[in-house]
Design a protein around this ligand. Sequence first.
Ligand code: SF4
Length: 154
Amino acid sequence: MYIASISTGFIEVPGKISLNIFTQGCSVRCKQCQNEHLQPFLKKEDINTDKFEQILLDKELPTWICWLGGEPTDQPEEFIRFNKIIIKNNYKICLYTGKLFENIENLLENVDLVIDGPWEGKLVSDSNTNQRIFYRTNNGWKQYKWNELKGVIC
Ligand code: SF4
């Protein structure tokens, strides 16, 4: 999978430490993209499943994996394959996507939390944001506001 960088995050999933994976390549083209260097599908780091699993095993603090980009769902087969490895290693999965939830629902089998929508300059925590939040509950996907999430996710 083409990955630009991996880092530890403290704000992407409310109240949780996440391992943030920035994928390389994006077809969405948001007008206000602030990550233009992540748009080209260049082979920066092509990580295979074995190397990826080792990265997961080496981490102790994060309990969530957070996909960012770039556009993670532009590598759909790898996204699904890597998510199977992630849940096998007992992580929860968050996806930030520039696409709409309804258009990628077929890729979300193992995903717990989705922040969707193109970047229009307002953070998901902003009350006027265009981005939406979907969290998978025992009764299926439900939509939440950012300030409701901390008490909901586990
Ligand atoms: S989804 Fe992200 S990387 Fe892609 S154009 Fe939008 S802001 Fe840029």
